[in-house]
Design a protein around this ligand. Structure first.
Ligand SMILES: [Cu+2]
Length: 365
């Protein structure tokens, strides 16, 4: 209590001194003996404004140009070109507005620095200027939003009926991939059946699950629409595939999706870039925890025949002894699936929406 009182007294003393100082200045102003000391710092600051504009502006454009290739990898999907057009149209429009406003900000700060005897020009308002700077941005913004809305609606509309389907599930800290087997139907999964061997929580009382398979990388065929169903097991992640211009959140409890058509195989892209080690990648671009940096997955774009061969060579979950044993144990523990009285679909995430037909060749395997 004593220290608080002392602190309070000190603060009040400071306030009193401040007021006395202010009073002294006011007295001097009214008596006409006050001389305002502007000093050289005012001019130095004005010049620094210009220096900041030139140096900061140059650094900004240099970093932009230097990282351009990283920000703008070659496009390898059909819709990627529409995204690219929208992105650069928006960048050009906001770029012009950005440069214009920043140059005015710094140049005016320099131009209207304090000068002895100069008074600010009083300007209340001007209807003409108000109308111009309201209507022009409104038209530009509305056009950008309308064009963006049209493109986005087209891209995120229902996947074509012949799209191949796969599921990607984000978890701290990797991606799990699941393909439907020959029946082209992703089976039922249930989070309560998840354990170390059954990472997806396959519910094998659903027949459609038996031929599903998991993969350590994503394979997709060139020139064929691909529908990716996206889920998260824990926190918010995002499926980001820069070359395909795909970005979609993986949200716990809320399945999302994105479909696209790859146009360039991995081999073609390697030849194009002259980099034999190149791989398309899926990266998580939401900071989802300490292992976020590790959430990376290879994507292989195959020629359709190679894709079919790869697909045929995969082993279904029903042939995975560890997974089958774990499923049996978990279903007994939880009373779900075959081991329990509850039906396969109780509490399960059911697949909804369209079930795309298989690749023609794949169906004849
Ligand atoms: Cu993540």
């Amino acid at each position: 209590m004593t220290s608080l009182t002392i602190l309070l007294v000190l603060v009040l003393l400071l306030v009193v001194f401040g007021l006395l100082f202010r009073l002294q200045i006011l007295t001097a102003i009214f008596s006409g003996s006050y001389v305002r000391q502007i000093g050289t710092s005012n001019r130095v600051n004005a010049v620094l404004m210009l220096v900041f504009m030139v140096v900061g502006g140059a650094a900004f454009f240099w970093s932009f140009a230097d990282n351009f290739d990283k920000m703008n990898p070659p496009i390898a999907s059909i819709h990627g070109h529409a995204m690219e057009r929208m992105f650069w149209t928006t960048m050009i429009v906001i770029g012009i507005a950005f440069v214009l406003t920043q140059v005015l900000l710094f140049v005016y700060s320099y131009k209207y620095q304090y000068k002895e005897g100069r008074r600010a020009y009083f300007f209340s308002h001007n209807n003409k200027i108000e109308v111009i700077w309201t209507i022009i941005p409104a038209i530009v913004m509305a056009s950008l939003i309308f064009a963006g809305w049209k493109a986005w609606t087209r891209i995120t509309g229902p996947a074509p009926k012949d799209a191949i389907v796969l599921e990607v599930m984000g978890k701290q800290f990797n991606w799990l991939v699941r393909y439907p087997g020959r029946d082209m139907k992703l089976g039922v999964v249930n989070y309560r059946l998840i354990d170390a061997s059954n990472e997806f929580g396959f519910d094998l009382s659903d027949k459609a699950s038996m031929d599903d398979f998991t993969a350590s990388e994503i394979h997709v065929p060139k020139g064929h629409p691909v529908l990716i169903k996206i889920r998260s097991r824990d926190v918010l992640h995002a499926v980001y595939m820069p070359h395909f211009r795909v970005q979609m959140y993986a949200v716990p409890g809320m399945p999302t999706r994105f479909w696209f058509t790859p146009t360039t195989t991995t081999d073609e892209m390697r030849a194009k870039l002259g980099n034999p080690k190149f791989n398309y990648e899926l990266a998580c671009n939401q900071i989802c925890g300490k292992g976020h940096f590790a959430m990376k997955l290879n994507i292989v774009v195959d020629e359709p025949d190679d894709y079919v061969a790869w697909f045929a060579a995969q082993s279904p979950v029903s042939k995975n002894a560890d997974l089958m044993a774990s499923y049996k144990q978990m279903s007994q523990q939880t009373g779900l699936g075959k081991g329990g009285s509850q039906g396969a679909k109780a509490n399960a995430i059911e697949e909804t929406g369209e079930t795309p037909a298989p690749l023609a060749a794949q169906a004849s395997m």
